[in-house]
Design a protein around this ligand. Structure first.
Ligand SMILES: NC(=O)c1ccc[n+]([C@@H]2O[C@H](COP(=O)([O-])OP(=O)(O)OC[C@H]3O[C@@H](n4cnc5c(N)ncnc54)[C@H](OP(=O)(O)O)[C@@H]3O)[C@@H](O)[C@H]2O)c1
Length: 350
């Protein structure tokens, strides 16, 4: 177990206060790893809660840092935390939703959340904020209508799962600030199990296909923005309640398909009909066919600025590892610049 150094003083927008000691449950996961890096960069101390500390420490590229520790989720952390961020949950898109699988998805969210809530109430008196992951799946299908934090909830399995998950925070001590971060599909490096990790191999073999008629809306967030937004919500005490963590520009699936093919320089002609998707994935097909045009209204109002507001730029970064400029890939910017270059009288003269 690593020793946690005394956290440094940190300036926020309105106050000067001590940096936080944050328990990140699920900090070993895809989003968790990005969040841990973000929190450390902001001067906070981090304790990752995991079911398997030794496996987490052996992860390739696991950061070694004096303000980072790893502990068993079912044991006590090495230091008293001041904030809990909970990202625990089995991957909802990993397998078909049999009734056994549905129970695993429920238990992997409800059990760790209730465990952490009880710990806050009983053992961790210094905790002042609890930030819980949730998902935009909570809203269900809304067609072409915009979805904000006040929109009605859906009643399919994913929606019910998210509602149950959010309810777990009700028994928290009343003095603890609570935030539900309703995440869109996280786009980032194509690791196994991640959204792009599943899609890209098919595209690389020219087998990437548009889902259904492609008219349904897709709401997404770049992994780096998701981590930054969680850190922002933690540091801004005025933020509480539900926040949609999605980029401001939802797109139709047709556009998602076109842009992935474009960034990979592959054809975009194939279509996978909705009926075939339902046959292949059963009830889980709703994740692929549901239309969700989500706006991060409360996050934007709170002053959060997205580094990747544009899907083309986000995919370009996720797939090529290169940074877009002003949200757009470099080649596109270069083309725009040549198209709009003002005529110079000397041009063409030798
Ligand atoms: N990625 C997305 O596109 C997306 C979109 C919407 C919402 N979310 C939500 O955001 C959270 C983080 O997403 P992610 O992509 O980082 O997921 P991930 O890579 O699958 O990581 C999830 C973490 O949850 C922990 N976990 C899994 N099953 C558990 C169980 N039964 N009990 C306790 N802990 C368990 C695992 O930690 P250990 O194995 O170390 O214990 C794992 O590190 C998830 O809850 C997910 O539902 C993600």
């Amino acid at each position: 177990m690593k020793h946690l150094l005394k956290p440094p003083q940190q300036k926020t927008r309105n106050t000067v206060r001590l940096a936080e000691t944050v328990v990140v449950a699920g900090g070993s996961g895809y989003l968790g790893r990005a969040l841990v890096r973000e929190l450390l960069a902001h001067g906070h101390s981090v304790m990752i809660a995991t079911r398997n500390p030794s496996k987490t420490l052996r992860q390739p590229g696991f950061p070694v840092h004096p303000r980072l520790a790893v502990f068993d989720l079912h044991k006590q952390p090495p230091h008293q935390p001041t904030v809990v961020i909970n990202l625990c949950g089995e991957n909802i898109a990993a397998k078909r939703w049999s009734s056994k699988r549905k129970q695993v998805l429920i238990d992997s969210r409800i059990d760790p959340t209730l465990l952490l809530v009880n710990r806050c109430n009983r053992d961790w008196p210094q905790v002042h904020s609890f930030i819980n992951a949730s998902a935009i799946g909570l809203y269900g299908d809304h067609g072409d209508a915009w979805i904000d934090e006040d929109s009605r909830c859906g009643n399919d399995f994913a929606a019910q799962l998210c509602q149950q998950w959010e309810l777990c925070l009700q028994p928290l001590r009343p003095d603890i600030r609570r935030v539900h971060s309703r995440l869109g599909v996280v786009i980032g490096e194509a690791r196994s199990g991640s959204f792009l990790g599943r899609l890209l191999p098919a595209y690389r073999f020219c087998m990437g296909a548009q889902l259904g008629n492609g008219q349904h809306w897709f709401s997404w967030i770049h992994r780096q923005d998701a981590a930054a937004a969680l850190c922002f919500l933690m540091e801004n005490y005025r933020c509480q309640g539900s926040y949609n963590l999605c980029a401001p520009q939802a797109v139709r699936h047709q556009r998602l398909h076109y842009l992935i093919a474009k960034v990979l320089k592959r054809p975009s002609k194939l279509r996978l009909p909705a009926a075939a998707i339902r046959l292949l994935f059963g009830e889980m097909a709703q994740l692929l066919l549901c239309s969700q045009r989500v706006t991060p209204r409360r996050l934007a109002k709170a002053g959060f600025e997205f580094q990747y507001p544009n899907l083309h730029g986000a995919l370009y970064h996720a797939i090529t590892g290169r940074q877009p400029i002003n949200g757009l890939p470099l080649p596109k910017l270069a083309r725009l610049a040549t198209q709009h270059r003002p005529h110079h009288p000397a041009a063409g003269r030798r």
